[in-house]
Design a protein around this ligand. Structure first.
Ligand code: GLY
Length: 333
């Protein structure tokens, strides 16, 4: 087992990575907790033993379940069961489950402890770590939420073997961004070590900028285009697939701004190809609509701000000229 620590003062916690990590759950339950509310989805199929009295609460599948109504339903179910402020929520699933259960834990009794058991690659390298929780509104994704750090995260690489190939591939898209944030070998290391290397970077970034007032935005590398595609909707793309296209786009954009050279762009393309992920926009993509979405991205500090690679590494770059953005879109069409 590999243990990485997210260092945040009294809110510091361990992320345990390895085959069978879920069996460490009982040891991670805060000592004062008498009951564990286990939040999962029917399709997850991963059983956990919290070592204390537990009850399973399921949430629905799909983005529609990532709603305030689900949080209300969970909190009412917790109350009906008698979950107290001293007890614990255990989220077992992918990013949707950790986002929703984490937010319910953040607001129930004004905050109860939560442990995440991440069962998808995407959640293990990103969503379950760093304390971002929340739900969507009809007006936009992740518009309501809270920073609520878990008390531990278990990334069980054994359960990844049961994931559909497309779900795994999507996780690899999120993983790929870490190659450009500092993980040297993302393709040849054993899976546990690759996941742990990504976790280490995320833990370091979160420790330095928990509330995303600056550096944490680098974790959104490749995400500006991904969010634009997801918000525009109508494409058959998983999140990590959209991020992969977004990484190639970001490289092409950085090239046009003179921030990186053609070899570095080729590195982006080669990694995305090695992971069997797409590097071009879906057929029929509307460049005008994507440009409109770029100016609305909630991560943008001003008009046309991107997270781009460069001589000092990946960083937030404001005031990117519109022409360069259009050219980069053409380069991935
Ligand atoms: N997924 C980006 C972050 O946690 O900041």
């Amino acid at each position: 087992m590999i243990v990485e620590r997210v260092t945040l003062g009294e809110r510091s916690y361990d992320v345990v990575v390895g085959a069978g990590a879920r069996h460490r759950l009982a040891a991670m339950i805060p000592a004062r907790a008498r009951r564990a509310a286990v939040v999962t989805q029917a399709g997850v199929g991963v059983e956990v033993d919290a070592g204390i009295e537990s009850q399973v609460f399921t949430v629905g599948e799909g983005e529609g379940a990532k709603a305030l109504s689900t949080v209300e339903h969970l909190c009412r179910s917790f109350a009906a069961w008698g979950l107290t402020r001293a007890d614990v929520v255990v989220a077992v699933g992918g990013g949707l489950v950790t986002d929703v259960a984490g937010f319910a834990a953040a607001v129930y009794h004004r905050g109860v402890d939560v442990v995440h058991v991440a069962t998808t690659l995407l959640a293990q390298v990103d969503a379950a770590i760093g304390g971002k929780t929340g739900v969507n509104l009809p007006e936009g994704k992740n518009l309501v939420g809270a920073f609520w750090q878990p008390t531990a995260v278990l990334c069980d690489t054994e359960v990844l073997a049961t994931l559909p190939e497309r779900e795994l591939r999507s996780g690899r898209g999120e993983m790929a961004k870490y190659r450009f944030l500092g993980v040297e070998d993302l393709v040849h290391l054993p899976l546990d070590e690759r996941v742990a290397a990504c976790v280490r970077i995320k833990a370091d970034v979160v420790a330095s900028d928990e509330r995303e007032s600056g550096r944490r935005a680098v974790l959104n590398y490749g995400h500006t285009l991904a969010h634009a595609l997801e918000t525009a909707g109508g494409y058959d793309l998983r999140h990590g697939e959209a991020v992969a296209i977004g990484l190639v786009f970001a490289a092409e954009l950085a090239l046009r701004l003179g921030r990186i050279d053609a070899d570095r762009v080729a590195e982006h393309r080669a990694l995305v190809a090695a992971y069997d992920l797409p590097s071009t926009l879906p057929p029929g993509s509307d460049h005008g609509e994507l440009m409109t979405q770029f100016t609305r991205d909630k991560k943008a500090l001003g008009a046309l701000t991107f997270v781009l690679d460069g001589p000092s590494g990946v960083e937030v770059v404001p005031d990117v000229p519109v022409d360069a953005v259009s050219d980069a879109l053409v380069a991935i069409t």
